[in-house]
Each structure stands twice: as structure tokens, then as C-alpha cells.
Design a binder for this molecule. Structure first.
Ligand SMILES: C[S@@+](CC[C@H](N)C(=O)[O-])C[C@H]1O[C@@H](n2cnc3c(N)ncnc32)[C@H](O)[C@@H]1O
Length: 222
């Protein structure tokens, strides 16, 4: 019996090691490719990041809600909203009269967001198809808060995207940028801080650890 138990244990360990190895191998390959060639996560993979207990635990929406100090009545921009896990959570936190402008470069992602809005009965979200590196069709200073989860390192020129974010921020507005180590595009905190400083943003707060973090920025006062 003991021998059988040991055998099963051994097989499980081998399977876990194989998964770990495959995961690391995929990360190395994806990171190497993306170093030279940046592209948005395909919208066909939108359901992968949609929710599930794992993502909710690893990178809970409450981290963003707290980081931006979400309150009813706020105007918020979610840059690179994807299928809307964080968009919908923030939209609920700023009801009844707050709005979220949800920006994404892929119509397929916005379609997934619209489905989620219907499912959750949330109406205070306005999806916008736009490239964060170009001109986002929103007025200067419109946002009390801008947030972005696992997006900035996907963008070929992150400083240009952060300059757009700065343009959208109200004078006392905040920008929260969140990353998770398991993301193949994961950047170090100091890299994100360097990009933000180049765009004219000042670090105000760091939350979490190297595994998952949220950095909170304000506009540099001139
Ligand atoms: C990894 S997904 C994260 C989605 C969502 N923030 C989340 O955490 O569930 C990155 C998202 O950023 C969007 N994206 C990438 N580059 C973009 C750009 N230049 N402008 C706007 N959105 C962009 C992608 O289409 C994708 O939906």
C-alpha cells in the first residue's frame, strides 16, 4: 500500500514538474518574441482572463477599487479593458452616477465586455475602440482616475500611452497600473516607474509585492 502511495505521489510530482517546465518554457518563448514584436493579447483569449476564482484571488478587483479610491460619482477610464473583469467591478463601485470609459484596441474584447455588462446588468460603462498610443477620443482632464491592468507592457511605446493617460487625468486625478508576475509581459516595478516618470507622472504609492503590484501615480505638478 505504502509503495502504491509513493508511486502515485511520484507520478504527481513528475506531472507538476512537467507543467512547471512547460509554463516556464512558454514564458521564455513569449517574452523573447514580444521583446521584438509587441501585439495585443488576441481577443479569442479574452475568456482566459475573464475571471475565475484563480484570477480573482491572484489579482482581485478590490486592489484596483482601493488604489483609485473608487467612490460613487467618479469618472474613470479603464485603459485596455479586455473582457471587463475590472471594468465591471469598478463600474459597480462608482454607481449610481459614476461612469467608466472602457478603452480597448480590439473590437473583439469590447464585444466580450458588452456581453459581461448585459450579464451583470451594468449600464454605466461606455466602450471605446481606440489605440492608447494614438488619440483616445475623450476630453483632456476628464478622469478622476485612470487604471490599467496588464496592458502597458503590451504597448510598443508605453511612454506615449502614459502621456495619453496623463492628458486624460484631472489635475488631482490618479493613475493605477497593476501587473502580475505570471503574465509573460510582466515588467519590473522600476521599469513602469521609469516609463511613468518620462511621461510626467510621479509615483505616489506602491501596493502589493513583486508577485502582484499596483503602482499609483499622480500628475507632476508644474
Ligand atoms: C492582457 S489583456 C488585459 C485586459 C484587462 N485589463 C484585464 O486585466 O483583464 C490586455 C488588453 O489590452 C489591450 N491593448 C493592448 N494594446 C492596446 C493599445 N495600444 N490600446 C488599447 N488597448 C490595448 C488588449 O486588446 C487587451 O484587451
Amino acid at each position: 500500500m505504502d509503495l502504491l502511495f509513493e508511486g502515485v505521489h511520484w507520478i504527481i510530482e513528475i506531472i507538476l514538474l512537467i507543467f512547471l517546465f512547460l509554463f516556464l518554457w512558454v514564458c521564455v518563448c513569449v517574452r523573447s518574441i514580444r521583446y521584438f514584436w509587441k501585439f495585443p493579447m488576441p481577443s479569442s483569449m479574452g475568456n482566459l482572463i475573464a475571471a475565475g476564482p484563480y484570477r480573482n484571488r491572484a489579482q482581485p478587483p478590490s486592489m484596483i477599487i482601493e488604489a483609485i479610491g473608487a467612490k460613487p460619482g467618479m469618472t474613470v477610464v479603464d485603459l485596455g479593458c479586455g473582457s471587463g473583469l475590472y471594468t465591471v467591478a469598478v463600474a459597480k463601485a462608482i454607481q449610481p452616477d459614476g461612469v467608466v470609459y472602457a478603452v480597448d484596441i480590439q473590437e473583439g474584447m469590447l464585444e466580450k465586455l458588452r456581453n459581461r455588462m448585459k450579464q451583470d446588468g451594468v449600464e454605466n460603462i461606455f466602450p471605446i475602440l481606440a489605440d492608447a498610443e494614438g488619440h483616445i477620443p475623450l476630453d483632456d482632464g476628464i478622469a478622476d482616475a485612470v487604471f490599467s491592468v496588464a496592458v502597458i507592457p503590451e504597448i510598443p511605446d508605453p511612454v506615449k500611452a502614459m502621456e495619453q493617460i496623463k492628458r486624460l487625468m484631472a489635475d488631482n486625478g490618479v493613475f493605477a497600473e497593476a501587473e502580475l508576475l505570471l503574465d509573460p509581459d510582466y515588467p519590473l516595478r522600476r521599469t513602469v516607474i521609469k516609463w511613468a516618470e518620462r511621461a510626467g507622472l510621479t509615483l505616489e504609492n506602491k501596493v502589493g509585492s513583486a508577485f502582484r503590484y499596483v503602482l499609483v501615480f499622480r500628475k507632476e505638478q508644474t
